[in-house]
Write a protein that binds this ligand. Structure first.
Ligand code: FAD
Ligand code: NA0
Length: 461
């Protein structure tokens, strides 16, 4: 162990994909015989997986904490799995056979758990524990964490040398107000509380927003039997060729009873409203001077290499950017964070770091469209991967896949999930799912995998 890390303590807040990536990064070093500092991961839920750990609950959880989960039933990956594959743990290694490019949530949850299940990572995680408050002592250069053991209803404090904030940023709703909404007679919810299309069968549904949640919840409700789906956009429509039954309209101005009025002068009555209006970066456990304050974008300001809080690099944020790349990006971030904490990666001066941030922000400002956005995040990960020993993967190829995916969605929003891609980690071409996505109403892992086997038996090769 590097002398700098001897007796050091690392706190990780959150055991979602980002927090787990941090645990995996240290495990990879231990496999090389290099001892880690003492690590404690605090997770307020009873299990790991973050968003992927589906919760039927809404509002508050069993212990009165805000429910973290925003995922819902019948959620299928919104991008090809080949774009998020861990480069040190392939889908082939996990499933032992090719699967389709767009698996449902339980299958991806299974995959995330696969590599971490093989380690003793659970031993490092204190579940049912909320990080309530953090402070930093300038003299000792240590973080003091106030923690709530929710099960025992016990509050305690501990000190750490490094703090990894991996608490996610798609959990606290951004909930706008529209005049008259208080008298809308139907249900009004945010996408955070959406748990599946069942309750909207035969209903006329209004969705506000024009990003991933609006698109996916809209298509899911259409698929599972909503009478009609209307998406109301503020800046730009999603703009694909919608099937009959889904349409886009400009922004809602106000409600009059069940009737919604839009800026183009049209109006229509609805049974229910879902606000697909995005999320706030919210860190209620952090004081002003340590808190990341940003909108959802590809390069949050004040973070060197997108992770080190420039004012105090002992504070590291993982996964805070808007995401094309997900699991593999969290890995590259966690590997670099680990190397910094191990003294293997030396930070330049604060001034140089600021200059580096500025360059990325300038490029960020010049982004014109989704294609630029993909290139931006691809280059960001290239920048990170060059700084650690995270296994290289063909990022240019993954970037191309993201662009194909964007085109697939534009070509047909209902069938893009039937496409297959080739892994850059193993070279394996994905298998077509046995059922067209639009006809597949069951998202269980059992059906997804077992039925595949049956099909293999029926149709050899
Ligand atoms: P999270 O998964 O949000 O995990 C954060 C963890 O921190 C949680 O377990 C939470 O309980 C814990 N936590 C928070 N606050 C505290 C605290 N104070 N104390 C202790 N613990 C705390 N990505 C994809 O790649 N493909 C998809 O198809 C996809 N679909 C998505 C669908 C939806 C509806 C949403 C909202 C996101 C989706 N994502 C998808 C993006 C998803 O956010 C990432 O895949 C991933 O879950 C982010 O990992 P994370 O660990 O950074 O955050
Ligand atoms: P998200 O769609 O929940 O995805 C999060 C949207 O909200 C924008 O369209 C924005 O419009 C709109 N909006 C915000 N305030 C508004 C207001 N006052 N009035 C009208 N519209 C408003 O959130 P964002 O941030 O992308 O868009 C906000 C994450 O969840 C994504 O990263 C995605 O990966 C994930 N997700 C994945 C899936 C699947 O994989 C499904 C859902 C969500 P404007 O005007 O700012 O453009 C299947």
């Amino acid at each position: 162990m590097n002398m700098n890390t001897k007796n050091k303590r690392v706190a990780i807040i959150g055991a979602g994909p980002s927090g787990l990536a941090q645990l995996r990064a240290f495990e990879a070093l231990e496999k090389q015989g290099i001892e880690s500092p003492e690590i404690v991961c605090f997770e307020k839920q009873s299990d790991w997986g973050g968003m992927w750990n589906y919760s039927w609950r809404t509002g508050v959880g069993k212990y009165g904490e805000p429910v973290h989960g925003s995922m819902y039933k019948y959620l299928w990956s919104n991008g090809p799995k080949e774009c998020l594959e861990f480069s040190d743990y392939s889908f082939d290694e996990h499933f032992k056979k090719p699967i389709s490019s767009y698996p449902p949530r339980p299958v991806l949850f299974d995959y995330i758990q696969g590599r971490i299940n093989k380690s003793n990572a659970r031993d490092y995680i204190r579940f049912d524990t909320t990080a309530r408050w953090v402070s930093f002592d300038e003299e000792s250069k240590k973080f003091n964490l106030i923690l709530d053991n929710l099960k025992e209803d016990r509050t305690y404090e501990e000190e750490f040398d490094y703090l990894i904030v991996a608490s996610g940023h798609f959990s606290t709703p951004n909930m706008p107000f529209f005049e008259g909404i208080e008298n809308f007679p139907g249900g009004v919810m945010h996408a955070h509380d959406f748990r599946g299309a069942d309750q909207f069968k035969n209903q006329k549904l209004l969705l506000i927003g024009s990003s991933y949640s609006a698109e996916d919840i809209g298509v899911q409700c259409y698929k599972h039997g909503a009478k009609s789906v209307t998406l109301s956009y503020r800046s730009n429509p999603i703009g694909v060729d919608w099937p009959k039954g889904i349409k886009e309209v400009p922004l809602l101005t106000h409600f009059d009873g069940a009737t919604a009025h839009f800026t183009d002068g049209t109006s229509e009555s609805f049974d229910a409203v879902v606000m697909c209006t995005g999320y706030q970066h919210k860190f209620p456990f952090l004081p002003d001077e340590l808190r990341l304050k940003t909108k959802n974008n590809l390069y949050p300001n004040y973070l060197y290499k997108g992770i080190f809080f420039n004012e105090l690099p002992q504070l590291i944020y993982l996964g805070m950017q808007d995401q094309y790349y997900t699991f593999n990006m969290f890995d590259t971030q966690a590997w670099l964070a680990r190397d910094y904490m191990m003294g293997r990666f030396k930070l330049p001066s604060k001034k140089k770091r600021k200059e580096d941030i500025r360059k990325w922000l300038e490029r960020h400002d010049a982004i014109k469209d989704s294609l630029d956005s993909v290139d931006f995040q691809t280059d960001y990960i290239k920048d990170l991967i060059a700084l650690s020993d995270y296994p290289e993967f063909n990022l240019d190829k993954v970037g191309e896949m993201f662009k194909e995916w964007l085109q697939d969605k534009e070509d047909n929003i209902l069938t893009y999930r039937d496409k297959t891609y080739t892994s850059v980690v193993t070279g394996t071409k994905a298998k077509e799912h046995h059922t067209d996505w639009m006809d597949e109403l069951d998202d269980s892992k059992e059906r997804y995998l077992a039925f595949n086997e049956e099909v293999e038996e029926l149709v050899p090769g």
